[in-house]
Write a protein that binds this ligand. Sequence first.
Ligand code: NDP
Length: 452
Amino acid sequence: MQLTEFDYDLFVIGGGSGGVRASRIAAELGVRVGLAEERYLGGTCVNVGCVPKKLFSYAAHYAQDFEDAKGYGWEFAPPPRFNWKTLHTNKNYEIARLNDIYLSMLQQAGVQVFQKRATLVDKNTIAIDNRTYTAKEILIATGGWPFVPDFPGKEHSISSNEIFSLDDLPSSILIVGGGYISVEFAGIFTGLGVKTTLISRNERLLRGFDSELTASFTVELEKTVTLRLRTQVARIQKKNATELSIHFDDGSAMTAEAVMFATGRKANSRNMGLEKVGVALADNGAIIVDNDFTTSIPNIHAVGDVINRIALTPVALAEGQILAQRLFGSGKKKMNYENIPTAVFCHPNLACVGLDEESAHERYANIAVYRSRFTPLRHTLSGNTEKYFLKLLVDTTTDKIVGAHMLGSDAGEIIQGLAIAITAGATKADFDATLGIHPTVAEEFVTMRTPS
Ligand code: NDP
């Protein structure tokens, strides 16, 4: 189906989750699609986000597994040793494999891929190197970029972009921020044997998550990580060839070999011609779109982290798919941002779907809260003091489950299943009528009988 006199029916700038999904769907619907990616196919998630992070998280968790195994009769003599270079090499190999898969998947779908930087010349024209190409529709899916606040010595810090390519594992690290990335990397580094300190400007970690869940997580985190709340970095200076001196806003200081900032991400929207073409941006750089992902210029669209709604891979994938189907198929679907499940791959994992308790009380008049805090069976012999915490929030007027929260091993795997039930409108009576699988951690979700 050739729609126009343009070179392409759709040109996508950005080959991450949202851009790849939209271009593949559009190409499969028979239109001519071009895609430009200047850095790496697969975007943040595949290259410097979800995938390598989860691999590192698995690597780090072995430390606890080896300890836990001793209570089950395993003996390690000499004790297991960790080799950063092996992990690093194997991780790079896997990411390169995924990059190739993304490229061949796009090419097989018929998308013309430019592994180059593209900029906008006008509302239908894209420049790549010294050539221009025209497109009827343009999609900006250029993602986000780590944000590090300004302070003296900022150049000595690194972000999640660099953390995946360190040649050597530092012996000590300060992680700044109290969000997803900082708590995930606190678990990774401490598991890999790095002396880890985490500071947050806030009085609590993981703002936005259920406060009781994050309080339970904080208790676990503090068993292995030095935590300082309500603290900010004032300046950093080099102490010697390997160490940095970090000075805090309260006048105190510490030494560490590395400082990683995980203080949020900003939309990657500058210096690509958007302002020149008239695409409206918010003050924080996010591209402003309507409910159909269209910008202030009707043929220019945007999805994923660059619109700064919910910076999660499955959200970008869904946005890209909905957009492509609306533009070139018969799709009329709107993105539903309710009940998006999410997991933080800290140790232990934390995951949820639906509302936290505070928001549930704000939205509904009658909320019943079911809680369960316990030592999992696995830890009866391991001697590990880790406690799991599960919580269900029920709107008693309709009996619907409006929130499910979990801190514990594989929380993401378990909450993913509950998210289906909750999306389908499950009630507490449905949960009560469901038989458990014994003995599991997840069976607690169907055996909680008394609200507290
Ligand atoms: P988050 O938004 O999760 O957390 C940012 C943290 O930085 C907050 O604690 C915030 O504090 C703090 N902060 C912000 N600005 C400053 C500042 N100027 N000085 C000091 N602290 C500051 O961002 P992340 O960088 O951790 O992650 C970015 C996004 O990536 C996440 O929001 C998430 O959407 C996505 N992500 C998802 C993952 C997953 O699905 N498992 C994993 C990793 C990332 P305060 O609370 O006070 O605002």
